[in-house]
Ligand binder design. Sequence first.
Ligand SMILES: [Zn+2]
Length: 262
Amino acid sequence: MTAAWTASKPANESRARTVALGFLRAEHIKDITLEDLDELMRSQNIIVRYRPLTNAASQIVQKGAAAFVTVDSGITSQGRRRFCVVHEFGHFMLGHVATAMRCTEEKFHTWYRTNGQEIEANAFASEFLMPEDLYKAAIAGRPPKREVLNNLADKFGVSMTAACVRYAEVGSHPCVLFVSRAGEVLWYRASQDAVGKHLRRGDKVSSWSAAGQYYADGEMDESDDLVDYHAWFVDDDEGQRIHETPIFMPAVNTVLSMVWFE
Ligand SMILES: [Zn+2]
């Protein structure tokens, strides 16, 4: 988190991650990818239902000792459904739920927003579904090429967005994930070892990038090609070679660009 993202009530991401790992340990869950999440929730007195929701991706309602999680049945991706369930479970475990919470689609992109509880629920879900040791083992020192990211999303049952964010957190190669919409950077997540001054929220995406090409003429070039350093960075390149792996989401005029160093 940079200073610009500081929440009015700061998010405590590390506590959220600790609670997630504590739960997995207490339940003796060695490999979360093998678990039936709805079943696991039932063992915690949480009933998961899939029904049409308006203005929310998912919600949780607490009634006495039990809780009901509803995920919008319009969400068809298994990965996004799993993330919604565990995001709501995170609110529950972190004591956010007084009686009810509704989580909009936008809140699942709160890696940059100012709502502390949403950032915490996302951090909880990320750690829960992609525990660091398992994730690192699955990465096996490979750069975040499309094939690697696809495999991670499949294996851990999460969306490509969640898989990319997690790679930036615990991956083996320096990288910056840029999420752009309609030609502008919406948010980004940089790995701790990524150096260089890069584009920020609100900056215009360069036409030298694969994302920029898409915004200019609709072309979706799905290679993991080398791109010009200045497609994403604004300082001197000092001979740095970067690749861009673009993931196109034309339905929402959005591109995830995983930009990584050789
Ligand atoms: Zn939420």
